[in-house]
Design a protein around this ligand. Sequence first.
Ligand code: FAD
Length: 592
Amino acid sequence: METFVKGGAFLLESISPQEVFTPEEFNEEQRLIAKAATEFVVGELEPVKDEIETQKEGLLPSLLRKAGELGFLSGDIAEEYDGQGLDKVSVILMMEKMSQGGGSFMTAYAVHTGIGSLPIIFFGNKDQKKRYLPKIASGEKIMAYALTEPEAGSDALNAKTTAVLSPDGKYYLLNGQKQFISNAGFADVFVTYAKVDGNKFTSFIVERKTEGVSLDEEENKMGMKGSSTRSVIFSDAKVPIENMLGEVGKGHVVAFNTLNIGRFKLGGGCLGACKFALQGAVTYAKQRVQFGKPIAEFGMIKHKIAEMAIRSFTTESMVYRTAALVDRILQKIDYNAEDVGIQMANGIEEYAIEDSINKVYSSEMADFIVDEALQIHGGYGYIHDYEIERGYRDNRINRIWEGTNEINRLLIVDMLTKRAMKGRLPVLVAAQKVAGELLTLRPKVESDDGILTLQKEMVEMSKKIALLVAGAAVQKYMMKLADEQEILALISDIIIEVFAMESALLRALKSMEKAGDEKAQIQKAMVKVYVNDGFNRVEGYAKQALSAIAEGDTLRTLLSGLKKLTRFTPVNTVGLRREVADYTIKMGKYPF
Ligand SMILES: Cc1cc2nc3c(=O)[nH]c(=O)nc-3n(C[C@H](O)[C@H](O)[C@H](O)COP(=O)(O)OP(=O)(O)OC[C@H]3O[C@@H](n4cnc5c(N)ncnc54)[C@H](O)[C@@H]3O)c2cc1C
């Protein structure tokens, strides 16, 4: 029986395998969507991938329209606006598969189907939805999202662009510049933001053909060279009042809710990049012979392949777990209500903590994996002709956009603290309970067994460590905690590891219910390695944080509490990684 788990509650509760969705449970329709998306990549994108990189005039828009004809642009759009109204698991599957068509197409696709159109899907009124959504679904109108400004990047609300109502009350006149706008070169519509009367941050739908809208030159980027990135300039741009999105002064609601979903969808894209890079690395390692044998047979290369497979597995487990959480909450919405979009955005906000976790984790795993994949290619990986060289460059942006990873790390703790203060999540009570338990706590001595008992215990102890550190930090700094960014980042890193370890663990436990499944055995080995190493990282982050928070006797008490929570015998990760690597090499790709 599936139950509703509150956003952020994974940190406070024991979650059972039955409560999470795993990729082993994709239904027939979802599998068909994944297959069709892969066919699109192979049939439509791969033959023109070099041309895409040259920004061939009209190519990306025509590929988007082809994707539209096949239904790949309309997953998030309701049927009444010619969309498919798909579940989020399916939408993420499309993101994952499409990302294997390269960073340039992916950028255009992700912006159009994500941050470019979601503001209208969620916050558009009926008229705006009728005017735009069917054309977005087909690709007739291509979307861009223009939030960033030269002086307002992470600090997006510091926008300088203004909107002034015309004397006849029919238009807003927009003035200002938006920076680094993806799809700008060929977009038909920009969702943008400006301050009405200089202070009310408000969202607008601006057509490219609007008088007073112009573009600067293409940026010369490090990667995703086929994608378009330009400044958009508004000089008395005449935007009809019916194109104001949401309410005056509520642009931040549109902007930040859209980014929440953008972050969660980005996880799917990064996952695709992880798997693609892994497959390329395994293929190369099997072919490349040095010292008389394929390099795939060397222990250090096996270590890399195993680690890439394991981190792809944890990313995949987290991304689809989160997608299904969002789906479950969206099932509760009244789809006939006037404010259906706002209800959906609020539902998605429930998992904003998980969205930020997915964003940070998946982008860092993808960067780790493309880097190791390049290393496996040796000198050839550094040469332009090899696919991984592009993958390495293309991926780097994911740690920067949709809120930099620094900003998302801050948000994870900030959102958790706010929910605690508002009584939405009993974090403080749980933290006090852990602190109270420490004196009497006796470390459990679990041995590594066939059913992941040790790993379950380590995940539970990691949750206690997160609460111990967060509780100590809140107690010490109170309202000044926001000034202690280094400590906030360490707490975030612990929380991210908890979600990663737990997602992988619960998935493997669910798979193991099917006895004799070879894949479940490999998943089990992966979880043993990941939890062993993740737990060590958690301990390290906690030590750093506690040593900064406390001193003297208080520090000694906290560290002795931490010691009790971390008394585990390590597992043989060398042997387990070999097992994972051998299986991955045998399969020739990400093995699940
Ligand atoms: C190729 C590309 C495509 C893009 N596409 C779009 C798009 O389609 N639409 C759009 O609106 N934007 C887009 N962006 C912009 C992108 O979202 C921003 O670059 C990003 O939000 C960071 O802003 P910034 O570059 O001004 O960096 P800054 O905000 O100046 O940050 C610089 C560094 O300081 C750190 N930092 C900033 N504030 C803090 C803080 N409070 N605490 C700790 N560290 C902090 C950041 O994490 C970062 O490491 C794109 C950017 C690129 C490069």
